[in-house]
Design a protein around this ligand. Structure first.
Ligand code: ADP
Ligand code: ADP
Length: 237
């Protein structure tokens, strides 16, 4: 379980990213965060793996306050949190398989990771992940040869290869056309169901949020202004 208790985040330039956020995310939930640009969606999900660090409050994961973690504990936690970005963040000149294997980097120890020496079991896991998003046949293709939708599925496979407990997806479909967006959202939802991975997705289209979310969080100016099931949104609009 992920629990925000009175969490605020003020950036060094004075911008307020989060304002007194209180939230609980249960294991296996599929949550969509919506709001206008600048509402704090990215800040919210990036606080969970501390790509940005809240300046006040408690952020508990399985009961432990992660804001008090040292580097080593944080690194260990990050191996269990998969991250998906709007622009895929793949190494363009590397093959798809090599990109997906980087999901194992936190797991294989410093020495092996210096030389990208992955055990066969990791290669099998990476191939399985590619298979689950339907692009195993692209394993040996350079990642920049793929379409946007395929690249995003590679990044989902990379996250999956971490064997994560949590997946954070920051505007995963913002660069994709509507049909491709649905393919990516369906992959995320299916994996959430099959592996019981807590999944938090930022979106700026409410219709897409209503179609896929179990629960919708609405944000405005760093605050949570709505938290409820997708069905409640329909009644109010
Ligand atoms: P999004 O709306 O998708 O979060 P933005 O364009 O707001 O994207 O931000 C893109 C990047 O710039 C992010 O990494 C964000 O953290 C950073 N950023 C956003 N606003 C500022 C700011 N005022 N000063 C510095 N960096 C910022
Ligand atoms: P969203 O993801 O909803 O677009 P963000 O979390 O990116 O919103 O931004 C929330 C607020 O924090 C905005 O006012 C934005 O300008 C500011 N912000 C985001 N990233 C940074 C940053 N790295 N430095 C300074 N301000 C930032």
């Amino acid at each position: 379980m992920i629990e925000f208790n009175n969490v605020s985040l003020t950036y060094p330039n004075g911008h307020q990213g989060l304002k007194n956020v209180n939230l609980k995310f249960n294991d296996g939930e599929f949550i969509v965060v919506v709001g206008l640009s600048g509402a704090g969606k990215s800040t919210l999900i990036r606080s969970i793996n501390q790509l940005v660090k809240p300046t006040e409050g408690e952020l508990l994961i399985d009961g432990e306050d992660t804001l008090k973690f040292n580097e080593k504990k944080m690194r260990k936690l990050r191996t269990k949190i998969g991250m998906i970005f709007q622009n895929y963040n793949l190494v363009k000149r590397s093959t798809v398989l090599k990109n997906v294997l980087t999901g194992r980097l936190g797991h294989i120890g410093t020495f092996r990771s210096m030389f990208n020496l992955f055990p066969q079991s990791d290669v099998r896991l990476a191939m399985e992940s590619l298979n689950r998003v339907g692009i195993a046949e692209k394993a040996y293709v350079r990642s920049d040869q793929l379409s946007g939708g395929q690249q995003q599925r590679v990044s989902i496979a990379r996250a999956l290869t971490q064997q994560p407990k949590v997946i954070l997806a920051d505007e995963p479909v913002a660069s994709l056309d509507p049909p491709t967006s649905h393919i990516v959202m369906k992959d995320l939802k299916r994996i959430n169901r099959e592996d019981n991975i807590t999944t938090i997705v930022n979106l700026h289209f409410i219709d897409m949020a209503m179609e896929y979310a179990d629960r919708i969080i609405g944000m405005r100016a760093g605050e949570v202004v709505f938290d409820g099931p997708a069905s409640e949104v329909t009644e109010k609009t």
